[in-house]
Design a protein around this ligand. Structure first.
Ligand code: F6P
Length: 484
């Protein structure tokens, strides 16, 4: 009965904190990423529970009980985290081999060498583990006895989950949100039909399918029309299934929380980071990038473009530096390690080629996960480069809009979700175009301050009109949930 339901249940691969098995005990660390930053404020409410996955250490029996006895998060007692342990090999197959090596690559259109190449028998076995992980999560949710007002299921790791929850909770509103781009039918056709069916039918177990952009919505509806026996109601943006159920498909562009970002900018950590960065900045103008080291972020083309900039504009040598804040990511996967090596080779080549003319290496790398340091760099940068091959949204661009102190210039790929909001504000580039990116860097460095300020103010206005709070409230409203 509706009246006995309370609170919200979030289900995501990652929790607000990561659980790491260290020296025989679970250690928690604040997790990073847009998903976590956008959902944590909601999760602090007392009646919100957050199920996430944890990879068990090999000697799991003791560890598992340890994890359950400390199920409430150990670093922030206001969070109600419910970690679901998965055997380490299941976790690796579900998270690494399917979610990241297949779905992430496919959905960011990295198809072929350096991305998603083919599905062999090992990959088919891994798909079985992906389904198993989703089934274990569904079982853990059922076992918990929670009867929430709604489920918020997150991302590509959990496509089958809404369908599984629908079976166990026929009346409870469910929303599935995909944080990364959704592919069009020709791309989704690259995986086996049974996988496509599982993905689309699983998502349609939700009452509302949430995606980042209108293009993602169009792609999802086209995939349903192409691959499923359903009726698409274009007027209402919904999918009507043979059993009479209807799922609405909506875009909810991800965003940032300006107030909390501004609070961070006044912390001692940010001041300390400014002091540390002073030597790296020197008197030079800075071009920066802040992203996980990931082939979809396209660091390689960004550094090639910077090298081309120094070649075509020798007058900039010594006057501009590239500070690259790259967060280590998914380093257990060979495709990520190979990409890291390629990127570092380009950095070394550029520094060797231009180091003398520039009076020192023109590219400085910060290969670490230090949010305050990255925000400090954004606050005073001349150019922020976001040249992702594809990006669901890209919250770094929106963070920059909020924290930039001396307005600089945003360069952003047309293929990043944020490019719609950044139109007429940022310099838009094609992510494969080294020459065009180099020219955009030159244009940004040459841009008169008044124009920089005007473009920045317009973008900031758009970011302030739609924050992370709006993102979550719109979803809850569409589920008919009020007063969480
Ligand atoms: O973009 C989707 C997303 O889940 C983000 O929320 C997050 O920034 C990123 O991927 C992190 O990926 P992972 O959880 O694999 O480190």
């Amino acid at each position: 009965m509706t009246s006995s339901r309370t609170g919200i249940v979030i289900v995501a691969n990652r929790g607000p904190n990561d659980f790491v098995w260290q020296d025989g005990a679970w250690v928690t660390r604040t997790a990073t990423g847009g998903l976590v930053s956008m959902l944590t404020p909601l999760a602090r409410r007392s009646n919100v529970g957050w199920f996430c996955c944890v990879s068990e250490p090999p000697d799991a029996t003791l560890a598992r009980s340890g994890l359950f006895t400390t199920a409430a998060d150990q670093t922030d007692p206001r969070l109600h985290v419910l970690p679901v342990p998965l055997p380490a090999d299941t976790y690796h197959a579900y998270y690494g081999q399917i979610s990241n090596e297949v779905l992430w690559m496919l959905q960011h259109r990295m198809i072929g060498a350096g991305g998603f190449e083919y599905l062999d028998s090992a990959r088919h076995q891994a798909w079985g583990r992906y389904l198993e992980a989703n089934a274990r999560l569904a079982a853990a949710v059922v076992r918990s006895g929670r009867q929430p007002m709604a489920f918020l299921v997150q991302d590509y790791h959990l496509y089958p989950l809404p369908g599984l929850l629908r079976g166990a909770f026929p009346e409870t509103p469910i929303l599935h949100f995909t944080h990364i781009p959704f592919p069009d039918p020709p791309v989704l056709r690259l995986i086996p039909d049974s996988w496509r069916q599982t993905i689309l039918r699983g998502m349609l177990g939700a009452d509302v399918v949430g995606l980042q952009t209108r293009m993602d919505v169009r792609n999802f509806l086209s995939c349903c029309a192409e691959f499923l026996d359903v009726h698409i109601d274009a007027d209402s943006g919904s999918v009507l299934m043979a059993d009479g159920r209807r799922s609405f498909v909506r875009d909810y562009p991800a965003s940032v929380e300006p107030r909390s970002l501004r609070r961070i900018m006044h912390t001692a950590e940010v001041s300390a980071a400014h002091a540390r960065l002073a030597a790296d900045r020197g008197e030079a103008m800075t071009i920066i990038r802040v992203d996980r080291l990931d082939p979809s972020k396209n660091q390689q083309v960004g550094f090639l473009a910077f090298s081309r900039l120094l070649e075509m504009r020798p007058d900039l040598c010594g006057r501009v530096r590239f500070l690259a804040f790259m967060v280590p990511s998914r380093t257990d996967l060979s495709v990520y390690r190979a990409y890291r090596d390629t990127v570092y080779r380009t950095i070394d080549d550029t520094n060797a080629r231009f180091g003398e003319a520039c009076g020192g290496p023109p590219i400085r790398v910060f290969y670490t996960n230090d949010r305050e340091q990255a925000l400090a760099a954004m606050e005073r940068c001349r150019v922020l480069l976001v040249n992702s091959l594809q990006d669901g949204m890209n919250l770094v661009a929106k963070e920059w809009a909020v924290v930039a102190e001396t307005p600089g210039v945003l360069i952003v790929s047309e293929t990043a979700g944020v490019s719609a909001d950044a139109a007429e504000c940022a310099l838009l580039i094609s992510p494969l175009d080294v020459e065009g990116t180099a020219r955009a860097m030159a244009d940004a460095l040459d841009m008169p301050p008044a124009e920089q300020r005007e473009r920045h103010a317009r973008f900031l206005g758009r970011v302030l009109r739609w924050s992370a709070r709006d993102w979550i409230n719109a979803q809850l409203a569409d589920l008919g949930v009020e007063n969480v």
